[in-house]
Design a protein around this ligand. Structure first.
Ligand code: 5GP
Length: 125
């Protein structure tokens, strides 16, 4: 079910549990601001999720409340993960679903990195 992007942060969401180590995930990247791990149900040959370590529901929440250091750290982490995975030359797509109409399901900000094939048009037609 898609979430309401205006909801309060729920510290029982699945990505909060991954951050606390209560649910396993292969950490492809880990620094002071962000971690990255493979999506459990990949929709492209490469499908990686990057999440901030802070408690933010969505892109909206993060862009409104996060510190400049958190924002810089997270944006740099997304770029580093993609670069380290060798995705810059072939190209990749970033996606941050935000709220109901985008079908955001997990209420902790995450950026999807899709790559590994020609990804086609931006949205299904
Ligand atoms: P959203 O629709 O919220 O943008 O995307 C949520 C993503 O989280 C989905 O692509 C889904 O496959 C992924 N996901 C959900 N639960 C887990 C989990 O426990 N582990 C991992 N690695 N990915 C998950």
């Amino acid at each position: 079910m898609p979430i309401d992007a205006t909801q309060a942060y729920d510290d029982q969401n699945i990505f909060a549990k991954i951050l606390r180590g209560e649910i396993p995930a292969t950490r492809l990247y880990d620094d002071d601001y962000a971690i990255a791990f493979p999506d459990i149900a990949p929709q492209a040959p490469t499908h990686i999720l990057v999440i901030p370590k802070g408690a933010y529901v969505s892109w909206d929440d993060f862009s409104a409340r996060a510190s400049d250091a958190e924002i810089a750290g997270f944006v740099r982490a997304v770029g580093t993960v993609a670069r380290d995975a060798g995705l810059v030359a072939p190209g990749y797509r970033l996606l941050a679903n935000t709220g109901h109409d985008s079908h955001q399901e997990v209420p902790h900000l995450h950026v999807h990195i899709f790559a590994g094939r020609a990804l086609g048009p931006m949205l299904a037609r």
